[in-house]
Write a protein that binds this ligand. Structure first.
Ligand code: AN7
Length: 349
């Protein structure tokens, strides 16, 4: 038998990416993530599939863009990379910088970044700088600082990030043999929805899929600038990854929704946490930001605003944010290590 191994998004989709023979491929063999059937669509009459991006090397979709951005930085002989982040971009940048042997600086909000994301940066040897501000200010800062410091900015304002992230749309089309009817996705800085839409269009133009999906972008109610039509100064939501008030790819998100005949909607923190629980009860553990896409689809399904087949993007792993689960469920108190004590604990009633 021919040996076969997933090669990572650059080698799998090289013809769609800005690589030449001179570009080193900095990869952790990201991508190739599962498309899973979920039971949650049934009660609202939907066929619900989820693209489980948590199985990427650092546990989020960010790795797809980071492999491209860091490869291009290495090609350009960058001194190092820098980003602002609500957590997942930071974890991914740290891992790919380590892979490339490049220094990495992470500027993060002093409060609200999930612990599981910060420790990834520490473990990979990045320099972490916590600033007394929210994400939007941190992004302004790194956009100014990067050229002054001679560092490559790897936030999604770097077009190589979006080029890599569009490979998720390719994978969905490859798995289904066509584009889905509807694609639902959580929206923070709006890079991912922009990248998916570009991916679906490019794949159709290349003759690799025949249709385009309707794009549904979901924001958290307290951090929903695109839904409200204006920036939000103090974004608030339990979904810390998408606690963003001034999305950098604002126009990209609006274009995706308009061109695809889609929509934007907001969901409450309660709806987000309920969707996170429901997904976990079928074995799919995601962080709150990811559950927003499912919460939005279930909301639209109940209101009979959606039918047919929907693919929800589940952007990041639940393991990164244990505090959010712990806040709602106590860990069990220890009992004596005896058969009797265990039987007693397991007996219902
Ligand atoms: C799990 O890591 O912005 O709309 O700095 O971590 O492309 O911003 C994370 C965003 C969705 C939103 N789900 O994607 C960061 C950061 C998860 C995320 C989003 C993020 P974009």
């Amino acid at each position: 038998m021919q040996p076969r191994m997933w090669r990572g998004v650059v080698e799998e989709y090289r013809e769609f990416l800005p690589f030449t023979d001179a570009t080193p491929v900095i990869t952790l063999r990201e991508g190739g993530t599962p498309l899973l059937e979920s039971r949650l669509g049934t009660p609202v009459g939907l066929r619900l599939l989820v693209k489980y991006e948590a199985t990427n090397p650092t546990g989020s979709f960010k790795d797809r863009g980071m492999t491209v951005a860091v490869s291009k930085a290495a090609e350009a002989r960058a001194r190092g990379i820098i980003c602002a982040s609500t957590g997942n971009t930071a974890a991914s940048a740290a891992a790919y910088a380590a892979r490339a042997g490049l220094p990495c600086a992470l500027i993060v909000p002093a409060s609200g970044v999930a612990l599981g994301k910060l420790v990834q940066g520490i473990a990979c040897g990045a320099t972490i700088i916590a600033v007394q501000a929210a994400f939007d200010r941190a992004l302004d800062l790194v956009r100014e600082a990067a050229p002054l410091l001679g560092l490559t900015l790897v936030n999604s304002v770097n077009p190589h990030r979006l080029a890599g992230q569009k490979t998720a749309a390719f994978e969905i089309c490859d798995a289904l043999g066509r584009a889905p009817q509807t694609l639902a996705i959580p929206v923070g800085n709006a890079g991912n929805i922009t990248a998916y839409w570009a991916g679906f269009k490019e794949y159709r133009a290349a003759g690799r899929s025949k249709s385009l999906p309707r794009m549904v972008g979901v924001q958290a109610e307290g951090a929903a600038p695109l839904v409200q039509g204006h920036p939000v100064d103090e974004p608030r939501t339990v979904a810390s990854a998408i606690r963003i008030g001034r999305p950098a790819s604002w126009d990209g998100a609006m274009t995706a929704v308009r061109e695809s005949g889609g929509t934007l909607l907001a969901v409450t923190d309660e709806e987000i946490l309920a969707a996170q629980d429901q997904l976990a009860r079928e074995g799919i553990f995601v962080e709150p930001a990811s559950a927003a896409s499912v919460a939005g689809v279930l909301k639209m399904g109940r209101a009979r605003q959606l039918d047919g087949e929907v693919v929800c993007v589940l952007t990041g792993h639940g393991l990164k944010d244990p505090e959010v689960i712990q806040a709602r469920a106590n860990l069990p108190a220890p009992i004596p290590a005896t058969l009797e004590a265990i039987s007693e604990r397991l007996s219902l009633g």
